[in-house]
Design a protein around this ligand. Structure first.
Ligand code: PXL
Length: 275
């Protein structure tokens, strides 16, 4: 059996709604990766539900990393997602420095559908931009790409040429970039992909299914990371991630499940075992 690789996943645990660690752990485990969570907060549900109960874990984070250093723990990747404060963004930067890894994937979770999430101030968005500089792969959706570039979401490019410019600007010539949620082509949902190692841009289109489901960004980034940790090329990993998310959305929409509950992942995880 091959050595099991492991990833530090800096994210929250939302008990209901299938996002963040409740999807990251099963997805990466199915792909044969050990997830070591650094829990930023506990939520009763994700923030799309009204008034979730929350326990902030900021103070616990340095204790976790200190203990890991004391036992000489090592990791193959760092993956960060939803971070609740400027302080947590700073702690994630420290963690990346403390545990040097070949793969650092930052999903700059800040908003969707053209709007920043309510908890994200302009200062936090600036700090997220700084955190992205420590990554070798970032996976913003179109809303987050616009925020990182200081551009207006409504002025986002609507064709590949303009989107290539956004990908190149986000990469700053250094990091790979995957922009998700592109509607460049009627009836499809696309991803733009800049591979910094190969200096190559590609676009991937999948059939678009109706409805908005929370947590799909987390599932996408997790499958992508799983692929990269298996040594696959960025574009191949993006394709697999987009196809898996598409399958989850299609299955969920067919069943008619409540969108706020996220996608019905449980019955589809077996598909990731063979990837
Ligand atoms: O999937 C992103 C996410 C993560 N964590 C929490 C959220 C959201 C999106 O709404 O509310 C708590």
């Amino acid at each position: 059996m091959e050595k099991i690789k492991r990833v530090i996943a800096v994210n929250d645990m939302s008990s209901i709604g299938r996002c963040s660690l409740t999807v990251i752990i099963p997805v990466l485990s199915a792909m044969g990766v050990q997830v070591c969570p650094v829990v930023t907060a506990l939520y009763s549900t994700h923030t799309g539900f009204k008034a979730p109960a929350k326990a902030d874990m900021t103070k616990f984070i340095p204790e976790v990393t200190k203990h890991w250093s004391s036992i000489g723990a090592t990791f193959d990747a760092v993956y960060s997602g939803y971070l609740g404060s400027e302080e947590q963004i700073g702690m994630t930067e420290e963690l990346i420095d403390r545990f040097p890894c070949g793969i650092v994937l930052v999903d700059p979770v800040m908003g969707d559908n053209g709007k920043a999430y309510s908890a994200f101030s302009p200062e936090m968005c600036g700090n997220m931009s700084r955190l992205c500089r420590k990554a070798n792969v970032i996976t913003p959706n179109l809303t987050e790409a616009a925020i990182l570039l200081g551009e207006d979401y409504s002025a986002a490019p609507s064709e590949e040429h303009g989107m290539t410019k956004w990908l190149e600007r986000l990469s700053e010539g250094k990091r790979s970039v995957v922009i998700t949620g592109l509607e460049l082509c009627e009836g499809t949902l696309g991803c733009g992909c800049y591979d910094a190692e190969k200096n190559r841009v590609s676009f991937i289109y999948n059939e678009r299914f109706g409805g908005y489901f929370p947590g799909t960004g987390d599932i996408f980034s997790s499958v992508l990371l799983g692929g990269l940790m298996k040594g696959k090329l960025l574009a191949d990993s993006v394709k697999q991630a987009a196809e898996f998310v598409g399958l989850c959305v299609k299955t969920t929409a067919e069943v008619g499940s409540v969108p706020m509950e996220g996608v019905l992942l449980e019955g589809l995880l077996y598909r990731l075992i063979e990837i």
